[in-house]
Design a protein around this ligand. Structure first.
Ligand SMILES: Nc1c(O)cccc1[N+](=O)[O-]
Length: 245
């Protein structure tokens, strides 16, 4: 997979080359390109924004800067048959969740456009959508200063699903949300800590009972913390177990 990021703060994306992702890059599983949006400015102040039409607070990012940047960064590449998928992190986007991460993990080439201030002139996305798939995505209902943190979040959630990136591929299948439920509690040694024992079933060696206990704990935790996820699952997904919530 190739991932390009366009931003006015390239240094914000340094974590992409650290730890797990850095190893994936070293092993050729992911190719990163980080681009400074100001490289496509033409004035002495290297301005990337201007005041909004219609008035209002804040500034809007200029189409005359974003347009050429996207044209160049998204230009056809010999190693890719088609155009990239353009991802625009925005509080006004559709929710980015595990299913979205799974969909994006199937894309051979992603380009992330990091907006700042009040966002990017709407015509930039309209124009890009005539040449490539565009997805405006939100990682949550809160206000950030820009899209860079959202890009780091999405890139990690997507990259860990790529074959070979995680040491144990099974963990990508068993973690929270992979089956629509929250992950239940986890324990490790010692057997007793602060007079708190590890649940006996986990030490029983009875793998069927352990699977059942873990499933019940996931359902109970999801019921108390994220009932919206349970509602989305529907009854048939929960009928496998006789459980007490
Ligand atoms: N929430 C937010 C924001 O305030 C600014 C850029 C991106 C996002 N987001 O992806 O959720």
């Amino acid at each position: 997979m190739r991932i390009d990021v366009i931003t006015i703060f390239p240094e914000y994306l340094a974590p992409l080359r650290a730890a797990l992702l850095g190893k994936a890059v070293d092993r050729g599983l992911i190719e990163f390109g980080v681009h400074d949006l100001r490289d496509w400015t033409h004035d002495v102040h290297r301005a990337v924004d201007d005041s909004p039409y219609g008035g209002g607070p804040g500034m809007v990012m200029k189409p005359q800067v974003w347009g050429p940047a996207l044209t160049e960064v998204c230009a056809p590449r010999p190693e890719h048959e088609g155009p990239p998928t353009l991802i625009v992190p925005t509080p006004a986007g559709r929710r980015f969740d595990q299913r979205t991460a799974e969909e994006l993990a199937e894309c051979p080439w992603l380009v992330f456009a990091c907006g700042r201030y009040e966002g990017i002139d709407e015509r930039v996305v309209e124009d890009a959508a005539e040449r490539m798939p565009v997805r405006e995505l939100s990682i949550g209902d809160y206000v950030l200063v820009g899209g860079e943190v959202a890009v780091l979040t999405m890139v990690e959630a997507v990259s860990r699903l790529l074959p070979g990136v995680l040491g144990n591929p099974a963990s990508a299948q068993e973690d929270s949300f992979s089956d629509g439920l929250l992950e239940g509690p986890s324990y490790t040694r010692p057997e007793v800590w602060q007079d708190r024992p590890v649940p006996e079933v986990l030490r029983s060696g009875n793998h069927a009972a352990i699977r059942r206990w873990r499933r019940d704990q996931s359902i109970i935790r999801t019921y108390h913390r994220r009932p919206d996820l349970l509602a989305a699952l529907g009854d048939d997904a929960l009928d496998k177990h006789d459980h007490r919530l």
